[in-house]
Design a protein around this ligand. Structure first.
Ligand SMILES: C[S@@+](CC[C@H](N)C(=O)[O-])C[C@H]1O[C@@H](n2cnc3c(N)ncnc32)[C@H](O)[C@@H]1O
Length: 488
């Protein structure tokens, strides 16, 4: 009995200490931490405060302790039932997005809107919609201001596309059905010029959610001939092939990738700040391998105006998504015109184009290797190695999966591999505070039979490819790390 109380008290103390720290800092800076009822606005001083590194670090410990406290206090049966039925939140979120609830509630303001009126706009069932919004409000997305009347709150307003609700409702009706059974209708226009968050949520609650339900069957059948995604829509091509047959899905996917940089402020640092781009000589060439719509390259080009960047991706992605995206944005278009950035259709399974052989200072790839098995990843790494000069560096920007237990295994593996341990009695990986890492890992399994990797697995992956890991840049609280490799 005493032990359990001690454990609860330790967790409560950790929460109190971090909240005291955050509140003292907020008081010094004359801001309040945003409440759950505040409408999200990234220009707001309170929101800027939440992204300061020390505030974010303290919040991670508090979240980790609070999650562990909840897991400890909750009786095991409801705790397990909730974990078994997390999918109800996914389907309710998808419905909220499809009926443009956030944008309609933006128009309604703090008084909110009756669920009958939200349902009427999209000719959907008001009772079911109310139940969906209520389960979401119970999990702090939306607020039920009076019975059946809902308003936006901090979480739901983060899902705002910023677009006119009438335009979105009309758009939803224009979507073309896919010939493949179980594939949702999508309009890419919904996601263009948004904060990208809704694209990430929509892919997560659409085909990733559906595919995920097939993971156990694929796993238990012990065959990886088809991924869970392929099984879910009875399709033999890869997700990349599927996108080429469904350009609106491709558009949405590429925009969703930008949201990973916004997942937390530490992610932004880890995508961009670890490797010091300013150390490269003027005119250096950097290649973004599988760069998608080039959002990471754009950020790097702004930070390092003395380097030239080539964004490579599949021919159709570059033609249908990357080029139009860059041409539509004056800042990006300027980078194209000045040739500081070029966009090139190229498969990373092929030899690098001859104009780059021996001329590249850094190849980097963000979120590429997690899409591929070890054998396929090795092929990609070897192709780049074959085109690299002696001094070429390779920067793998990906998630590094921490174990949930303390370990010394990676402590001295490479420079930078040692991260500070979480305070006792928290899980070594900060538990639920670090949950997106593990969720994305399983999503990679669903989509590609792919995976996120531990540091040891990255070391194994690079062995025999001609690359050696020299250093790792990790940022506390970020689920993106940079792994710097040199030629063996
Ligand atoms: C997970 S996304 C990452 C995109 C981008 N690096 C980012 O972080 O936003 C993977 C990318 O790999 C690209 N890709 C898939 N197969 C490819 C191939 N054979 N050659 C080049 N790119 C490929 C996809 O089109 C997609 O843009």
């Amino acid at each position: 009995m005493r032990n359990r109380l001690t454990n609860l008290r330790q967790l409560a103390t950790l929460i109190n200490e971090q909240v005291d720290f955050i509140e003292n800092l907020a008081e010094q800076q004359g801001v309040n931490y945003p409440t759950i009822d505040t409408i999200f606005n990234e220009c707001n001083e309170s929101e800027k405060f939440t992204t300061q590194a020390e505030v974010f670090d303290a919040s991670l410990i508090a979240i980790s302790a609070a999650s562990q406290l909840i897991a400890t206090l909750k009786l095991p049966v409801p705790a397990l039932y909730e974990r078994a039925t997390g999918y109800h939140i996914s389907s309710a979120l998808r419905i909220a997005s499809e009926v443009c609830a956030v944008e309609l509630l933006r128009d309604a303001g703090p008084k909110g809107m009756h669920v009958k009126d939200i349902a009427a706009a999209t000719e959907t069932n008001a009772t079911m919609l109310g139940r969906c919004l209520r389960i979401l409000a119970t999990h702090y997305v939306f607020k039920e201001v009076e019975p059946n009347v809902f308003a936006n709150n901090r979480l739901s307003s983060m899902m705002d596309t910023g677009k006119d609700s009438k335009f979105l409702v009309k758009l939803a009706k224009m979507a073309n059905p896919s010939p493949l059974q179980g594939v949702s209708t999508v309009r890419g226009e919904k996601y263009i010029n948004t904060n990208s968050v809704v694209a990430l949520l929509d892919i997560s609650t659409d085909y990733i959610y559906k595919a995920t339900s097939y993971i156990p069957d694929v796993f238990l059948s012990n065959t990886k001939s088809r991924s869970a995604f392929q099984t879910s829509i009875n399709y033999d091509g890869s997700l990349w092939d599927f996108f080429e047959e469904h350009p609106h899905h491709l558009q949405r996917f590429q925009i969703s990738m930008e949201a990973w940089t916004r997942m937390n402020p530490a992610n932004l640092q880890s995508s961009l700040k670890g490797f010091d781009w300013s150390t490269l000589p003027t005119g250096a060439t950097v290649v973004d391998v599988g760069g998608g719509n080039g959002s990471v390259s754009f950020d790097i080009a702004k930070r390092a105006p003395h380097i030239n960047i080539v964004v490579q991706d599949r021919v159709q992605t570059i033609k249908d998504v990357t080029i139009p995206t860059w041409q539509a944005d004056p800042e990006k278009n300027e980078l194209l015109k000045s040739k500081r950035v070029s966009l090139e259709g190229h498969s990373f399974f092929d030899d690098q184009p001859s104009h780059l052989v021996g001329k590249v200072d850094v190849y980097f790839m963000r979120y590429i290797l997690h899409d591929w098995s070890a054998a396929e990843s090795a092929k990609i790494l070897k192709r780049i190695h074959a085109a690299a000069s002696k001094s070429t560096k390779l920067l793998i920007i990906d998630q590094v999966v921490p174990y949930a237990c303390p370990t010394q295994a990676h402590k001295h593996l490479f420079e930078g591999s040692n991260l500070p341990q979480a305070p006792y009695p928290l899980l070594a990986n900060l538990g639920e505070a670090n949950s997106p890492t593990y969720r994305l890992d399983i999503a990679m399994e669903a989509l590609f039979n792919g995976q996120e990797r531990t540091l040891g697995e990255f070391q194994e992956l690079t062995e025999g490819t001609g690359w050696r890991i020299e250093k790792i840049f990790q940022t506390k609280g970020s689920n993106i790390s940079q792994i710097l490799c040199t030629k063996v």
